[in-house]
Design a protein around this ligand. Structure first.
Ligand SMILES: C[S@@+](CC[C@H](N)C(=O)[O-])C[C@H]1O[C@@H](n2cnc3c(N)ncnc32)[C@H](O)[C@@H]1O
Length: 276
């Protein structure tokens, strides 16, 4: 877990300070020194968030949701739930992204999801950030999935302040009344997205979001004034079967893959496509 690997890193730094480098240890390259600083800052951010009044509230909301969603571990692993994080941003240089990463680590710990069961992807991650994430035990994805990840097991998606197309793609890929209940999202409030977007644009470009907004279950996640920039407009979103049943049956038929060719302000980075 994060805590034990962080402890090992602290131990290594302690040895270096005392000039007791083991013979096999080489002086650190500047990049790995930066990584040490990144790790220290992440630990500090975790400690700060733990002292915030909203942390126990998040924990309670999330633990309650997990208890309802999961009743057995993912086959062949120790995970009760898998986790996927898209769009975290550059946590080395961006304070918001760093606090969001710290919150992710707190959540994984509270929900007893091993860090190795959490995969992350952001096309802007630097090589050094990928390495820090791997050192923390995360699985760093190398391909741009554009959010099109098919789930088999209960999966928590952590998408902080991400583009609408990521949510829409995720919904499309799991568009069935049997699968969607396995998807839990921590991300932008869907109701907030609806308020900020023209209805006709939502229906035309983000039809899966538009179809599901009125039947998903949304619980807003609180935050303090100090962390407004980091966690504002954040909600826990779920898709309970009894609510999905309110949708007409025909809505599930042959969902066609979203295409954003006509979108002028697409907020996500798409993968490079082979020319036709
Ligand atoms: C508005 S920023 C949010 C960054 C950070 N979470 C924050 O709140 O400050 C959206 C993030 O989504 C990332 N992103 C764009 N396309 C993506 C994709 N296809 N898969 C994963 N992340 C993507 C961007 O690189 C960017 O870091």
């Amino acid at each position: 877990m994060a805590a034990s690997s962080e402890w090992q890193a602290v131990r290594r730094r302690g040895a270096a300070r005392k000039g007791k480098l083991a013979q096999s240890e080489k002086p650190q390259a500047p990049e790995s020194v930066d990584r040490g600083q990144d790790r220290r800052r992440i630990t500090e951010a975790i400690n700060e968030l733990r002292c915030e009044d909203f942390w126990p509230e998040w924990k309670e909301i999330l633990s309650g949701c997990q208890a309802e969603t999961v009743d057995e571990t993912v086959e062949g692993t120790d995970c009760f739930m898998e986790c996927v994080c898209y769009g975290l941003g550059n946590f080395s240089s961006c304070v918001s992204a760093r606090y969001q990463l710290a919150m992710l680590l707190l959540l994984l710990d509270a929900l007893q999801i091993p860090v190795g069961c959490c995969s992350l992807y952001d096309p802007v991650f630097t090589e050094s950030e990928c390495e820090t994430l791997r050192e923390l035990g995360f699985t760093v994805l190398t391909e741009n999935e554009e959010g099109k990840r098919a789930v088999c097991h209960p999966t928590l998606f952590y998408l902080m302040h991400c583009g609408k197309a990521l949510y829409n793609n995720l919904l499309w890929k799991n568009w069935s009344p049997q699968i969607l209940p396995k998807v839990t999202v921590i991300g932008n409030s869907f109701l907030g997205i609806q308020e900020r977007t023209l209805q006709r644009q939502l229906e035309r470009d983000y039809s899966f979001l538009s179809d599901v907004i009125n039947v998903c279950e949304e619980t807003s996640l609180p935050c303090s004034q100090r962390f407004l920039d980091v966690f504002n407009d954040t909600a826990l979103i779920r898709f309970p079967p009894h609510k999905l049943r309110k949708l007409p049956e025909s809505i599930w038929d042959e969902p066609s893959e979203p295409c954003y060719e006509h979108c002028q302000d697409l907020e996500i980075i798409q993968r490079v496509r082979e020319p036709k």
